[in-house]
Design a protein around this ligand. Structure first.
Ligand code: KG4
Ligand code: ZN
Length: 345
C-alpha cells in the first residue's frame, strides 16, 4: 500500500502555508507571508493577517498542487492547524480544510501546530527515535518535551516562565532598532559581533534545582534595555553587533544547556529542535557542539522547515492517517490556546 497523499494547511499566524506530502516524502511546501504588512506596526496585526490568508489561499493551493505534480482529487486526506494561534487566522485555514475535505470526500485532521514543528523533521531525516526529547522554540512557545509511544505521547518537561525565545529575540531587536521580526536580524547582525563582549544574564541560572528544564527570558530583555540606555545616557554609540551576538549567546546558552540536561536526566539519546528559533545559526552550532560532547544525536530541520509552513502540518496529518487515527469531525473548533500535549484538535 502506498503512503497516504496528504495536503496540509497552516494559517496560525502571519504565514500562509500549503504543504503536500506522501507519507514522509515532501512533494511541495508553498508559503506566502504577510510579514511586510505588519512591519510598520512592530508586531502581527491579527485582522491584516486574516485577510492576507484569505487572499493567499487559493493561489497557494494551486501552486502547491502544480509543484507536487498532483490534482486536488488525488489527495487522500487534508490536515490543517486547529491551534494554537490567532483565532481569525486559524479560522481561514480550518474553513478551507473542512471545505476541501467535504468536497473531495476525504478525512480532515485538525492538528496541533506545535507538534507539527517537532514532527516535520521526519520529512528530512526519517522517523524520530522512540523516545525522543523535543525542544520547541518559536515566537509564542519555548518548551522541552519528552516524546514517547512513537511520538503519540507528549510529556512537557519544562517551558518558559515568561517570554518565549522568539519573543526575546524580537523584543531585543526592537530595542536595537532592527526590523520586525527581529530573530533573523539578530542572527545576521551577530555574525559581525563578539558574543563574549557583554555578559548578559542567563535566566534561572542559579535555580537549576527548582527549575531544571525551564527558561526565563524577560530579565534578559530588561538587562539589554538598561545596558543600551546607559550607553545612550553616556553619549556613547551602541555597538549593535556586539549586543546582538551577546544576547543571542545568552539565549542559546540556556536553551542548549537545559536541552542536554533533559536528555541526560531522562536517559534519552536523541533530540530534535523545532520552531522558528531553530533556524538560528548560533543555536544550531552550539546545540551540535554540546550534543557531540554529550554523545547525543541532534536533529534540526533545514531553516525553511523550522519557520511556519504547511509541510509540517501535512507531515503530522500523514502520521495520523498512517497510524489509523480517527479523523476530526467536520465541526471541530479552532483552539487559540491548544495545549502542547495534544497532537490533534
Ligand atoms: O515558529 P515560528 O515561525 O512562528 C511561531 O509559531 O511563533 O517562529 C517565529 C519566531 C519569531 O520570533 C522569529 O523572530 C524567530 O522565530 N526566528 C528566529 C530566526 N528565524 C526566526 N530567531 C532567531 N534566529 C533566527 N534565524
Ligand atoms: Zn510556529
Amino acid at each position: 500500500m502506498t503512503a497516504p497523499l496528504v495536503l496540509g494547511i497552516e494559517t496560525s499566524c502571519d504565514e500562509t502555508g500549503v504543504g503536500i506530502v506522501r507519507g514522509r516524502e515532501l512533494l511541495a511546501n508553498e508559503i506566502a507571508s504577510s510579514v511586510d504588512e505588519h512591519a510598520r506596526f512592530g508586531g502581527v496585526v491579527p485582522e491584516i493577517a486574516s485577510r492576507a490568508h484569505l487572499e493567499a489561499m487559493e493561489p497557494l493551493l494551486q501552486r502547491a498542487c502544480a509543484r507536487a505534480g498532483i490534482r486536488l482529487g488525488d489527495v487522500d486526506a487534508v490536515a490543517v492547524t486547529s491551534g494554537p494561534g490567532l483565532v481569525g487566522s486559524l479560522i481561514v485555514g480550518v474553513a478551507t480544510g473542512k471545505a476541501l475535505a467535504a468536497a473531495l470526500g476525504v478525512p480532515v485532521f485538525g492538528v496541533n501546530h506545535l507538534a507539527g514543528h517537532v514532527v516535520v523533521d521526519e520529512l528530512q531525516h526519517g522517523p524520530l527515535a522512540d523516545p525522543t526529547v523535543g525542544m520547541l522554540v518559536s515566537g509564542g512557545h519555548s518548551s522541552l518535551l519528552l516524546l514517547t509511544d512513537d511520538t503519540s505521547t507528549i510529556t512537557p518537561l519544562g517551558q518558559t516562565l515568561d517570554d518565549a525565545a522568539g519573543e526575546a529575540f524580537d523584543k531585543v531587536a526592537r530595542l536595537l532598532g532592527l526590523p520586525f521580526p527581529g530573530g533573523p536580524w539578530i542572527d545576521r547582525v551577530a555574525v559581525e559581533g563578539d558574543r563574549d563582549a557583554i555578559d548578559f544574564p542567563r535566566g534561572l541560572a542559579g535555580e537549576r534545582e527548582r527549575y531544571p528544564y525551564d527558561f526565563s527570558f524577560s530579565g534578559l530583555k530588561t538587562a539589554v534595555a538598561r545596558w543600551v540606555a546607559a550607553r545612550q545616557a553616556a553619549g556613547e554609540p551602541v555597538p549593535v553587533a556586539d549586543v546582538a551576538a551577546s544576547v543571542q549567546e545568552a539565549i542559546v546558552d540556556v536553551l542548549t544547556d537545559r536541552m542536554v540536561a533533559a536528555c541526560r536526566d531522562h536517559g534519552v539519546g536523541e533530540v530534535v529542535i523545532g520552531g522558528g528559533v531553530a533556524a538560528n545559526s548560533r543555536l544550531r552550532a552550539l546545540a551540535q557542539a554540546r550534543c557531540d560532547a554529550a554523545g547525543l544525536r541532534l536533529r534540526v530541520p533545514r531553516p525553511d522547515l523550522c519557520t511556519d509552513n504547511g509541510a509540517m502540518v501535512a507531515a503530522l496529518g500523514a502520521r495520523l492517517a498512517a497510524s489509523g487515527a480517527e479523523p476530526s469531525p467536520l465541526d471541530f473548533p479552532t483552539t487559540s490556546a491548544l495545549e502542547v500535549t495534544r497532537r490533534a484538535w
